[in-house]
Write a protein that binds this ligand. Structure first.
Ligand code: NBP
Length: 476
């Protein structure tokens, strides 16, 4: 009997190529295919010795080289190319076969594709994959959606090639249809928030405390040994310590200060608006990137008056305060992201286990961090936790951090250093804990101009004041 491939990967740019190599290195015979055959050839020529590859020039050859039920992974550019590849391969497949989309698809597209392929008996699995190029090769965090049945056939393979932390794979079945891509989207949103908070911490230490990038790198190295320990803190230290070879200047000083984005952060905020979940940390991060990128507006506004941005004396005590502010704001960003996952899960009936998500984010992915263990513990203790902020550990952490957090926001404001992540996180926190919010006044305004009615604190029902008349209250 001819040997067949256990799984196939089509789309062999950086991600697909490394994922295929990862599968082969784990002893899984893998079929490989790409629109332009040159990539397929290159992969096999360069890395053929790493395992068993079945190079295919055509879609038909590719499908024919897969054992049944077929497992076919698509790793192409998200959007139109994914649909084009599905249209090409679906007619060649049989009921029971599985298509995995490992690209960064919008979860709504995944829902649409899953429903259409389900009609034809084909399982469509939208799988979020995080960790970039290196993760795909050495072990990413994998967030697969789709049917539980398809996970039975795919799960062991995906878990095998995923990152492991304490022997636990960073891959689990997230939930049906688009659940995997939804969770990957929120993961990326949290990544945006995390990066923005770190950038604000750097800005405060650089401009506020007057520290040099090399010194700040050392601070980040120290933080990485503590509760903030994470991939993003670790690489921040590396970037800050790097010197530009051409000029001898700190690398961070020769890079244009205009952050780019590919869209997953924006999606997270758009969907959060639809779900009515405040993810202000993620939103501020997306807006901060947009502001940084609007060169024309920034040039036009350069002369706006404000403080100079430096403390009178170098203030090394700011370092400890910023660490506290960073930790507290990070907790808020994650709390908001997990609330969005819970809201999405309720909206679409996905039954996502938030504790399991923190488990699979502990390794492989960009937001891997020590404190994800704490998040797991929090959801294990209370699966329906309304907010991470009310978990005992995080409550204690924020209680301990908040004086410093408030000082940092005040200092940033006084120095004219923008800290939208730190300050919006604090505003969210204060909003949550307020006994009375000014929303009562907003309800009054809405009733005044639009007769939108309001509810009372002391009686059931909806009411309206006859604002244009004698201002008596009527039940509506
Ligand atoms: P790209 O997103 O750069 O896509 C390039 C691949 O798509 C090539 O294989 C290309 O084939 C193929 N392709 C295109 Br473009 N249009 C096609 C079409 N109409 N039909 C068939 N194939 C088509 O690759 P990537 O950076 O490896 O990312 C792959 C997926 O993984 C994306 O969805 C990405 O968002 C996601 N992702 C990337 C990262 C990362 O760090 N890069 C991390 C996590 C997820 P060709 O060779 O013939 O042009």
């Amino acid at each position: 009997m001819t040997e067949l491939a256990r799984i196939g990967v089509t789309g062999l740019a950086v991600m697909g190529r490394n994922l295929a190599r990862n599968l082969a290195r784990h002893g899984h015979p893998v079929a490989v295919h790409n629109r332009s055959y040159s990539r397929t050839k290159e992969l096999v020529e360069e890395f053929g010795h790493e395992g068993t590859f079945f190079p295919a020039e055509t879609a038909e050859q590719f499908v024919a080289s897969l054992e049944r039920p077929r497992r076919l992974v698509i790793m192409v550019k998200a959007g139109g190319p994914t649909d084009a590849v599905i249209d090409e391969f679906a007619p060649l497949l049989e009921p029971g076969d599985m298509i995995v989309d490992g690209g960064n698809a919008h979860f709504a597209d995944t829902r649409r594709r899953e429903a259409a392929l389900r009609e034809r008996g084909i399982h469509f699995v939208g799988a979020g994959i995080s960790g970039g190029e290196e993760g795909a090769l050495h072990g990413p965090s994998i967030m697969p959606g789709g049917s539980p049945e398809s996970y039975e056939a795919l799960g062991p393979l995906l878990e095998d090639i995923s990152a492991k932390v304490d022997g636990v794979p960073c891959c689990t079945h997230v939930g049906p249809d688009g659940a995997g891509h939804f969770v990957k989207m929120v993961h990326n949103g949290i990544e945006y928030a995390d990066m923005q908070l770190i950038a604000e911490a750097y800005d405060l230490l650089r401009r506020g405390a007057g520290m040099e990038p090399g010194e700040i790198a050392e601070v980040f190295r120290g933080w990485n040994e503590g509760r903030l320990g994470s991939y993003l803190i670790e690489i921040t230290a590396e970037v800050l310590a790097h010197t530009d070879a051409a000029t001898g200047k700190p690398f961070v000083d020769v890079v244009t200060d205009q952050a780019e984005q590919k869209g997953t952060g924006r999606w997270t905020v758009q969907i959060a608006l639809d779900l009515g979940v405040p993810v202000s940390g993620i939103a501020e991060a997306v807006f901060a990137r947009s502001l940084s990128g609007d060169a024309g507006l920034r040039t036009a506004a350069r002369e706006l008056p404000g403080p100079s941005g430096a403390l009178a004396e170098p203030a090394y005590s700011l370092v400890a305060d910023v660490e506290q502010a960073l930790y507290a704001s990070k907790i808020v960003a994650y709390a908001q992201g997990f609330n969005q996952i819970q809201a999405g899960s309720a909206e679409y009936g996905w039954s996502i286990d938030p504790g399991a998500m923190s488990t699979i984010w502990r390794g492989g992915c960009i937001i891997r961090a020590k404190f994800l263990d704490r998040i797991k513990q929090a959801y294990d203790a209370a699966p329906n936790l309304p907010s991470l902020l009310v978990d005992e550990y995080f409550l204690d952490a924020v209680r301990g951090a908040q004086d410093a957090w408030r000082r940092v926001v005040v200092t940033a404001t006084q120095l004219g250093i923008p800290a939208p992540g730190f300050s919006s996180a604090l505003a969210y926190y204060d909003g949550l804990r307020a006994e009375r919010l000014p929303a009562a006044l907003v309800q009054g305004q809405r009733d005044f101009f639009g007769a939108h009615t309001y509810r009372r604190v002391d009686r059931e029902g909806a009411f309206h004041v006859l604002w244009g008349g004698d201002r008596s209250e009527v039940a509506s």
